[in-house]
Design a protein around this ligand. Structure first.
Ligand code: ATP
Length: 324
């Protein structure tokens, strides 16, 4: 690794492993997170995401390998530079929201005036001002998650670790949290997050590592991962039953393409450069009515399934119970 890479790297991981008695929870993983990135660790239950994040933040002992945060191997020396948001909240149920935030800020040595000001600011920013005086134990799941994130950033860390930030919360709260993550990143925070929601990784992350059974199966920019499957674009035309009666003529006219006809729909597999004008002309020639055209873009989900062979429903169903 050359010097310029070293300066830019927020997190460097080399051959990191964690072995529990029976299980290689994390098995010789290596990756680097650059300053200013949102880096996602995507994998099914039990893949090793939490174990990894815990080793990166000093909460779990490393079996072998090396972690550097801001070039430091000793986590204590960079404690103030990092913020940790665990998947299960670590806040005190008997303290109210404001007190919890002030307490976390005191752990980082913030003075009373500063921590109270920051706590008030964050309660406001996270739409929790009204419940700032309510005990944490009485918060809803979404409120708890937001306050836990607020607690993780009260000391303005350079690098934020988020373990499953939107698991088990409703759609609106999940969307708000994603917005907050993007805002934090735009303000300069490097983000390392774990998720088993592919859509979340696609929306948020600059780069994504697929982790399965403790190993990184693939690591690339979200753009490159999507490029893997974008050659397989499909355009779907909505027609009507009468227009689609003469299937043979339609298929003959479109014989240069892979075509599927079903119900009132015509699906045509195209490459990225194909425009839809030519199809409209063809449909006009054969008196086929078209009411709607829709480009069906493949998603990160398609890439994930292609690379790991894991069906997404399997991966997401266990944790989907709480709704998002
Ligand atoms: N304290 C422990 N003792 C023994 N095995 C453990 C321990 N913690 C985790 N494991 C095992 O290590 C593997 C990885 O677990 P980990 O919690 O890191 O996965 P994960 O990807 O975060 O999963 P999830 O999405 O379900 O939280 C699993 O097989 C798990 O059973």
């Amino acid at each position: 690794m050359n010097n310029s890479q070293e300066i830019r790297a927020a997190i460097e991981v080399e051959n990191l492993s964690k072995r529990y008695e029976e299980v290689d929870a994390v098995d010789k993983i290596s990756f680097t997170v650059q300053r200013g990135e949102i880096f996602g660790f995507l994998g099914p239950n039990g893949a090793g995401k939490t174990t990894t994040i815990n080793m990166l933040t000093g909460l779990n002992r490393i079996s072998s390998g090396q972690v550097k945060i801001n070039g430091q191997t000793e986590i204590k020396k960079v404690q103030e530079a990092i913020g940790i948001v665990p998947s299960e909240s670590n806040l005190y149920p008997e303290l109210d929201g404001f007190e919890n935030l002030c307490f976390c800020a005191s752990l980082y040595g913030l003075k009373k005036g500063v921590r109270e000001r920051e706590a008030r600011y964050l309660l406001e920013k996270f739409n929790l001002a009204e419940v700032g005086g309510r005990t944490f134990g009485a918060y809803s799941k979404g409120m708890k998650r937001k306050l836990t994130i607020a607690a993780g950033i009260i000391h303005k860390p350079e690098i934020l670790f988020l373990d499953e930030p939107t698991t088990g919360i409703d759609v609106a709260s999940a969307r708000q949290i994603r917005r907050l993550i993007i805002d934090l990143n735009r303000a300069g925070t490097t983000i390392f997050l774990t998720t088993h929601y592919i859509e979340e990784a696609e929306r948020l992350c600059d780069r994504v590592a697929f982790i399965v059974q403790g190993k990184i199966k693939h690591l690339d920019t979200t753009e490159n991962l999507l490029d893997n499957v974008r050659q397989d674009n499909i355009i779907e035309f909505l027609s009507d039953k009468k227009s689609l009666q003469d299937k043979e003529t339609i298929l003959k006219k479109l014989s240069a393409y892979q075509v599927e006809l079903f119900g009132e729909k015509i699906r045509i597999h195209i490459d990225r450069k194909t425009t839809i004008n030519k199809f409209i002309n063809i449909f006009n020639e054969i008196d086929c009515n078209i009411y709607e055209a829709r480009l069906m873009r493949p998603s990160l989900e398609d890439v994930f399934v292609k690379i790991t062979g894991i069906e997404v429903d399997e991966m997401e169903k266990d944790k989907a119970k709480g709704g998002r």
